[in-house]
Design a protein around this ligand. Sequence first.
Ligand code: KE4
Length: 430
Amino acid sequence: MNNENSRAMYERALTLMPGGVNSPVRSFSAVDMDPVFIQHGKGATITDVDGNSYLDYVLSWGPMILGHADPDVIRALEKALQNGTSFGAPTELENMLASMIVDNVSSVERIRMVNSGTEAVMTALRLARAFTGRSKILKFSGNYHGHSDGLLVQAGSGIMTQGIPGSPGVPESVVENTITAPYNDENAVRKLFSEQGHEIAAVIAEPVAGNMGVVPMTMEFAQTLREVTEEYESLLILDEVMTGFRVAFEGAQYLYNVKPDLTCYSKIIGGGLPVGAFGGRFDVMKLMAPKGPVYQAGTLSGNPLAMTAGYHTLHKLLNNGHIYQQLDRQTMKMERGLRTLIQEYDVKATINRVGSMLSIFFTDQPVTDYESASKSDTDMYGQFFREMLERGIYLPPSQFESWFLSVCHDDQVIDQTLEAARDSFEAIFK
Ligand code: KE4
């Protein structure tokens, strides 16, 4: 595969930006190769600066559920551009995207737009602490909620760990109120709450974890989180940055029939432009400035172009009800095809899937939490990634990420991907 332009651009990037990238996972360091630079995308395909085309299963880490350069979204953006790009003043477009969420997600009575998932989660936690007057936050090993200081704690190692900084530059004083427990371990949560429940402002969880690879929450765990937070008057925050409008229009909270107090969003609600949001109970959200005392602000929050891309993406999802059945069917076809290959080549691998989120773990044990996910053979994943890239399939460059499918991943795309997977298994395991 000719990579000379990508290589030249990467060398230049390394003289400009740390690691040559603006977000670490894009560096391909987890799969032991240099990144390719993308020139354009259309539908399920992205093309790099050397003219190599790939079927894309990253989809900008989730947002591009309609596929790249959806004609309706692009047309709306082209029209919006003529009006200018930012005013720092309210626009009707904010009402349009906000109502798309408030009118369709029953737990969201009020919503505030921000510019990233990190910002949404960071502010939701501040709000929860203000509302409850408490300081402690409970999160789960293997869940990622953005890079705000209080959440950069070492992943729990199967026990309830008091916050230990997960990154240099994060003072212990900032993470001492962050408790980590094992994901899907309702006994651990009940025990923790019996000991510290009255000090816990909120529990935050990915309702379907995507940041250790795909690990679905069990129904029992989801119900336990809702029960204990109600019993101890803590808030339940669901981080639906990845699952919101991905696994169902109303998100994972619909699949689990759990009503959180606050929900965090990003990715799909921006349609590929920078949008994050947090929303939920009116009595909680009313504490937010300017009417309430909890401060948060953002120059480009509610940006008209970002609102346009998000609104038209959600509008298309809402008005094509069959889309989620189609995404589920296509991803199930992918799952079945991979399972057949795992069996045929006797590979130590397992697959987790929820809707159009899927991960292949190179371990023969079930993956139900951070500990079991960590047992995956990341070198083997790297080998599989490189073989698939050579064959025109662009997978997430890390074992601990989710594959995403779009409405453009039709039968032909799935068949081509499974053929490439067969050839890759042949190359690795024969
Ligand atoms: P951002 O600040 O990156 O917009 O969102 C942070 C975030 C919060 N919550 C969840 C559940 C998330 O998945 C994310 C970000 N996801 C990663 C991919 N696993 C973004 C990719 C990257 O870091 O470059």
